[in-house]
Design a protein around this ligand. Structure first.
Ligand code: 5GP
Length: 191
């Protein structure tokens, strides 16, 4: 079978972003997270059949897709959609579920996967909400954390990278719904 073609390189000359975390660094960290998560569920005595990896739409989708391929357990996946009132840069702290899970999580080991913990309002709300549904365990895995912006204390069980207070884009994170498919994480360059 022919090897899959290499995706085209993005044009670094014309992109308005400064690279913060390279595609290679992301890939290495995601593999480490997957190995740690696998070991943790095995240590809990789980065979993996009761593990649900739960992605928050849409920002976590690319991270989740790579992460689950590094978790060697026969897990299931589900997704939850949220809207937070306020614009992209100012969170109001009011979070609403726009798309709920397709199955109950009672008795399951749930791993909530987020792209970024910024003010912390979204995951704080989700962890509280999911906690009421009686999962066997509930853990949080976030690719990024921006501690400078924290307004809610949130315990991140598995964290990819701590980043400075910049609006980042790529690897699932958007600017006005675009650039989620950028293979690295960058921030908008100031003119
Ligand atoms: P929080 O509720 O923690 O303030 O924010 C959570 C959501 O805000 C994230 O899931 C993400 O969708 C969005 N967000 C926060 N910071 C950034 C950022 O730097 N870049 C992008 N693209 N989205 C962000």
């Amino acid at each position: 079978m022919a090897a899959s073609p290499t995706p085209p390189a993005w044009n670094r000359e014309t992109e308005p972003f400064v690279e913060l975390i390279s595609a290679e660094a992301i890939s290495r960290r995601v593999a480490e997270l997957g190995a740690t998560i696998t070991a943790e569920y095995r240590a809990l005595g789980s065979t993996g059949e009761d593990v649900v990896v739960l992605g928050v739409l849409k920002g976590s989708v690319i991270f989740l897709s790579d992460l689950v391929r590094h978790i060697s357990l026969p897990l299931t996946m589900d997704f939850i959609g949220v809207a937070s009132y306020g614009d992209a840069t100012v969170s109001s702290g009011v979070v609403q579920i726009t798309q709920d899970l397709t199955k109950p999580i009672e008795g399951k080991h749930v791993l909530l996967v987020e792209d970024i913990v910024d003010t912390g309002h979204t995951v704080h709300y989700l962890l509280e909400n999911l906690g009421t549904r009686k999962p066997a365990s509930l853990k949080l895995c976030s690719l990024l954390h921006k501690p400078d912006r924290a307004e809610r204390e949130v315990h991140i069980d598995h964290l990819g990278f701590t980043i400075p207070n910049k609006f980042v884009v790529g690897y699932g994170l958007d600017v006005a719904q675009r650039y989620r498919n950028l293979p690295y994480i960058g921030y908008v360059a100031q003119p």
